[in-house]
Structure formats: structure tokens, C-alpha cells
Ligand binder design. Sequence first.
Ligand code: SF4
Length: 158
Amino acid sequence: MNYHQYYPVDVINGPGTRATLFVAGCSHQCRGCYNQSTWDPRSGHLFDKQMEDQIIADLTDTRIKRRGLSLSGGDPFFPGNLAAVKQLLERIKAEAPGKDIWLWTGYTLDELSGEQQALLPLIDVLVDGKFEQTQADPSLTFRGSANQVIHYLHVNDI
Ligand code: SF4
């Protein structure tokens, strides 16, 4: 997996103070996509063990407390990203327990493959669906268009 941006401290992409990773790779081609440079899975930088270690260190940092990690892109559920995302989330559960995981994907919950569904137990909140320009609404929180749904899978609410 490659990634485009990592923000060790972020207060925009999800609730509270968090870390946020924007991965490379997306096949949805939404009209009006704000992040077309991430579509190519070979773009950006290699997401290696050093980056994994950095995320774990940031999530366990006691000086700046992060509530959790946001994963966006690109699409973390792009098929070529699933193994690396799974490994990262399993490490977070083991080494930074109690941190919440928010994940944005262009697939709807109903469209997920078996391999994608297998990651859901590791994700607290899933924001799903393509960006639909005709339903775009800047007043929405944590989503760009009204068709997208915030699924609170393992937490009740923010
Ligand atoms: S899912 Fe996101 S990154 Fe992919 S095309 Fe749609 S808006 Fe762009």
C-alpha cells in the first residue's frame, strides 16, 4: 500500500484530536472528487513498517492525547490496500487499545466483498458511499454528500 498524507495531529477528519492517514488507490472515479491524485495506487509513498510504528507511537503519545485514527484516501478499502490496512488495524488494537478507528470508503456497506467485510470488526465508524456531486452539501459533518452514511459499528455515537 502507498499513502499520500499523514497528519499526526488532526482535528478535522473525525471527532476530537486524532491522527489521519490518506492512502493511495481508488477505483470509484467520483465526479467532482477532491482528491484525484490519490486514485493511482502506485502514487505517493510506500506505507512501510516505519510509518506503522510512527502511527502507533502517535496514538500512544501521552503528551498530545489522540482519540483515534482516521483512514481516508483514496480508498482504504481499495482491494490492493486491504492486507496493509488489516495489519495496521490489528496492531492498533493490540498496541494502542481503546483508540477509535474511523474509515471512509467509496463502497457502500452493502457492496463490501467478503474480504472487505472481514475488516469491519476492527473499525468503529464507517463512512460509506461515493461522493455524489448532485448531493454535495458543505454543511454535512464528516461527509461530503448526503448519500453517504455514517455507520456507528462499534460505538453508539460521537
Ligand atoms: S471514493 Fe473518494 S477518493 Fe475515490 S473517487 Fe470518490 S471521492 Fe475520490
